[in-house]
Design a protein around this ligand. Structure first.
Ligand SMILES: Cc1ncc(COP(=O)(O)O)c(C=O)c1O
Length: 387
């Protein structure tokens, strides 16, 4: 891809990996190949593709690009992040166990708790920041250790390398949901993770106009199993959605730098804002895992969470008073979003569990977009005054 022996920068990979000019018309942008099926020269001998569930050129371009960004050998795209999660979990069998971080996306908790638990696959949810505690929580039947880092919504930071070593020593696989950080901030496979999962709906696409997911790995045996499950289960994205994600990912490195810059500034100001407590942002020196975050991540990312004095009423007033931040679920788009985890993204976690985790009624989560940062700050200030 480049003429030098140095590996290409992420900025270059985002624009070119998997995206050679199309051989038929030399189109620079990857074509959207909508065909569900492909002509075969003779029975049972397809050329490269046979049927778009098993493989499609637009999807393959995206899969190659995502694999390259994460430094992986293989990538698989799915119709959503949840579809990616479930496809990976479908490799487990009754009696297997998943050790999961205690602060995960509500939908991931719901899949483990309500969809795979009835199939005999157990899961425990543990704060895995403490590696001794993590080691004790590993069972002989643990096949997967599942983490997000930074976590959603409390932005805890887990030690990828430490957990990868623990998992490997017990024959388990570390899965990192890298949705919040993206490969621009951290590449978990380089730190020993076995699989990286993404909701590409978020930063990877970055424009809030497509739902998608991905799994990437460098393990050839696992890749073959995932390829089989991807085709057998069939939760694949449409070629049009793959095109949108490919278009979005080209600016990922640029966007992540700006998200991080603006979020750090807002987090610093929030720390001394009246009525605000417990500002959580990985690159604030007050963050409990600040040193780990600085060593593991290239920058702090675009997500901030904090508590508003006055509980649920104050949080609701604050959120309804925002004018530029849009009150909506999801994150990682160019536009800034705000949400209330207890009643929105994490409502599927039982109230008592939320309380134990620290997802209080006064907790607010911001996804800092690419607008002018002073405009964003003015919006926060005026909404805080209305709380
Ligand atoms: C960290 C994280 N992982 C997974 C998911 C699920 O992805 P999707 O909504 O694309 O199914 C989400 C969705 O918000 C998320 O925030």
């Amino acid at each position: 891809m480049t003429s030098s022996s140095r590996p290409p920068a992420l900025d270059t990979l985002a624009i070119h990996a998997g995206q050679e000019p199309d051989p038929l018309y030399a189109a620079v942008m990857t074509p959207i190949v909508l065909s569900s099926t492909f002509a075969q020269p003779s029975p049972g001998q397809p050329k490269r593709y046979e049927y778009s569930r098993s493989g499609n050129p637009t999807r393959e371009a995206l899969e190659l690009c995502l694999a390259a960004l994460e430094g992986a050998k293989s990538g698989f795209a799915f119709a959503s992040g949840s579809a990616a999660t479930l496809t990976l979990l479908s490799l487990l069998k009754s009696g297997d166990h998943v050790l999961c971080g205690d602060d995960v996306y509500g939908g991931t908790f719901r899949l483990l708790d309500k969809v795979v638990a009835p199939l005999g696959i157990g899961a425990s949810f543990v704060d895995l920041r403490d590696l001794e505690r993590a080691e004790k929580a590993l069972l002989p039947t643990t096949k997967l250790v599942w983490i997000e880092t930074p976590t959603n919504p409390l932005l805890k930071v887990y030690d990828i390398e430490g957990l990868a070593k623990l998992a490997q020593a017990r024959g388990a696989l570390l899965v990192v949901d890298n949705t919040f950080a993206s490969p621009v901030l951290q590449r978990p496979l380089e730190r020993g993770a076995g699989v990286v999962m993404h909701s590409t709906t978020k930063y990877i696409n970055g424009h809030s106009d497509a739902v998608g997911g991905a799994l990437v790995t460098s393990d050839p045996v696992l890749a073959e199993r995932l390829r089989f499950q991807q085709n057998a289960i069939g939760a694949v994205p449409s070629p049009f959605d793959c095109f949108l994600v490919l278009r979005g990912v080209k600016t990922l490195p640029l966007r992540m730098r700006r998200h991080s810059e603006s979020a750090l500034l807002l987090a610093e100001r929030l720390e001394s804002a009246p009525g605000v407590r417990a500002v959580r942002y990985p690159w604030l020196p007050s963050h409990p895992e600040y040193a780990l975050a600085r060593s593991q991540m290239a920058s702090g990312g675009g997500m901030i969470s904090f508590e508003i004095d006055g509980g649920i009423a104050a949080a609701r007033n604050f959120l309804s008073s925002l004018k530029l931040f849009i009150l909506a679920e999801s994150l990682g788009g160019v536009e800034s979003l705000a949400e209330h985890p207890a009643s929105m993204t994490h409502a599927s976690i039982p109230e008592a569990t939320r309380a134990l985790l620290g997802i209080s009624d006064g907790l607010v989560r911001l996804s800092v977009g690419l607008e002018g940062v002073e405009d964003l700050w003015s919006d926060i200030e005026q909404a805080l005054a209305c709380r």
